[in-house]
Design a protein around this ligand. Sequence first.
Ligand SMILES: [Ca+2]
Ligand SMILES: [Ca+2]
Ligand SMILES: [Ca+2]
Length: 558
Amino acid sequence: MLAPRRRLSRLLAGAAVIAATGIVMPTAALPTAAAAPAGATGPTETYLVLFKGSSSPADAAVTVARAGGTVVADHAKIGVLVARSDNTAFADRMRADNRVEGATATADYATRIDDGVVEADAAEGSQPGELPNAPATDEDETFWNLQWDMRQMQVDQAHTVTGGSEAVVAGTIDTGVDYRHPDLRANMSDADSVNCLSGAPVPGMVAADDDNGHGTHTAGTMAAADNSAGIVGVAPNVKIAALKAATAEGYFFAEAVVCSFVWAGDRKLDVTNNSYFVDPYLFNCRNEETQRTIWKAVQRAVRYAMNQGVTVVASEGNNSEDLSHPTTDATSPDFPPGNEVTRDVTNACVVIPVEIPGVIGVTATGSFVQDTAEGQYPDNLKSYYSSFGMSTADVAAPGGDFYFRGTDPGAQAIQGQVLSTWPEGFPCTRSRQEATGDPTYPTATYCGIQGTSMAGPHVAGLAALVISRYGDLDTPQNGKLRPTQVEQLITQTADPQACPETLPNATSGRLAGQPYSAFVGSESGAVQECQGNGGHTSWYGQGQVDALAAVTNDRSNG
Ligand SMILES: [Ca+2]
Ligand SMILES: [Ca+2]
Ligand SMILES: [Ca+2]
């Protein structure tokens, strides 16, 4: 964690100096459309404009119009503006304004599955708070036997204490949510849901419907209902907000991600899950203007949300790479498809949003029990695909592993995958169906899939449980529980996990018998190496999350 945090701190310090300068600058000393190129008419594109300092200037719309664009959304409080223009020189003309730090077309910059880091405060939130909580019962859910992931982190035991509070809202910034799904609809918050695809918010859960499946899956892991049907989520009594930021193909463009975090902050959502990284660059490098612009714009939006009390959880990504020591990026740009180039990357390049300070970064485990153990519970092997890193991995959570499976009968039955809610009629290789008796939605579908995308929402759901248990309404400007306190309650009660001494061979699937070392980084081709001791390792952070220990704030529970 230390290296990236220092790196980012320097950037932020620099930004603060620029901000001070911007404030004293007279509005008359303005840009000079004359000095900028005239440009020609081209395809209409969406642009992200990053202003120096912490807010957009009052005449931002005039400046945009002068440069040949129109404003889609002006996030003035963080100095990030989204514009549309068909003028090929629009970005250059905006850059000619000396108040503009960066301007770039975002069609080239989507975000996908990934994320995190945070600092701990002290002791507030250590006693149960005042929000209404109710327990939940898991064993009567139809597919409970397949929910090895929930058992692995003691969710059923935690639910005897609390299943969460209906006063808490958990958002997922994703492909949308199937708000009609019988295991989700009672928990949906229409008022907190939004479609941010254009860069400007379109409110409501109908606008935020899922056209992919991914977001419905993450929502169910966080908060599928305790209703004697289907599955149960980590926090079944809390409300779900769908924040649609991805296209049906799964691309997360920067303007949609910025819009989503600003929405989360404005609505004071309690937590957001972020199972993606910003495309088209897996790694965003500081020395490249467009990548830096995306990085800083998203970071400002995340920081704004956190300042409103939003806990931000993100997954590490599925590249089997050490994000703390990146060497190669062979994935980028991944949009438009077919433009990838292999390039060298360094620690001046980060994965967004997982490497933004304050984000809780989650690696994935499967059901396989590794050879070494620390803490109270057996240690589950890191999923072969999960990226990791001393500076980015805060905790581990179940994400599934098809090739390395344990003996839990439920895990065996679902082939090591995580089962969660899925939109009816969408393709799914390993699905379960249940008749609902509801003519408006006769069949509820559940899909078993794996990924750090599946690990993240286990932790976001746990954050919602912890906020339900320990939060209060005393300081609404800060949220119910400060993100730093939420992180502390989760990381300090996690069950420690050691680095394995030896690594197994794959147990299952067409690669059964292959050594773990054969599953190399997708970018570097490097063999994956675990560093650190049980207190904090690059594969597991502070350990695997323990829901019972977290809701009782007692690591000895369990
Ligand atoms: Ca139940
Ligand atoms: Ca259920
Ligand atoms: Ca352990």
